[in-house]
Design a protein around this ligand. Structure first.
Ligand code: ZN
Length: 191
């Protein structure tokens, strides 16, 4: 991993003009420019998903002229990733709490159900006829992305297979900015 050009210590996080900087050095420059300090926050958190499974997150805070970005990225690659965006002069402790509750809400519903059959075969299906996730670059095939759902990466073909049982149905596809929240319209819960 490339080292920060400023401190020669931490790994590179961002390209800033000609420089490649770590998050700390980047925030220091921003703090001088913007007159806002990045207050301290935990390095990481551990949260449970809707199934009770444990997920370890790395936390980051970035000062930006537009505001403060806080991210929780799961340490396991291709896992959950949550982001919140707050006012530059807002309450940073509150922003941290917003991030944690967003992550908890984002992990509450599990969308994919894996079934194993007695003959050893398995299949994936959508638990409640709906799915939300994150679009990620696919290192194995540059033409199609992978979708990260329930903190796991699914190949485009696997997603397609899950849709096979809905032949003839309509589908709604909506892109949601990382700083916003996936919301479902109210409707009766299905059994
Ligand atoms: Zn640095």
């Amino acid at each position: 991993m490339a080292k920060c050009q400023e401190c020669q210590k931490n790994e590179v996080y961002i390209h800033f003009g000609e420089d490649r900087l770590c998050l700390d050095c980047f925030n220091e420059i921003m703090a001088n420019e913007l007159g806002v300090e990045a207050e301290s926050y935990p390095e990481g958190v551990t949260l449970r998903d809707g199934k009770g499974e444990v997920h370890h997150f790395r936390l980051r805070k970035r000062l930006d002229p537009m505001g403060i970005v806080m991210e929780a990225e799961e340490q396991a690659s291709g896992g959950y990733h949550f982001q919140v965006f707050g006012d530059l002069h807002g309450d940073q402790g509150e922003l941290f709490l917003q991030l944690i509750s967003k992550a908890e809400r984002g992990m509450a519903e599990m969308y994919v159900e894996a079934r194993k059959f007695s003959n050893g075969q398995s299949s994936l299906s959508m638990k409640k006829d709906r799915m939300a996730g994150r679009i990620e670059w696919n290192p194995l095939d540059e033409d199609v992305p992978v979708l990260v759902v329930d903190g796991k990466s699914y190949a485009w073909k696997e997603i397609g297979k899950m849709l096979m049982s809905y032949e003839g149905f309509q589908v709604k596809l909506e892109m949601v900015d990382p700083s916003e929240e996936v919301r479902w319209s109210e409707r009766e819960e299905k059994d």
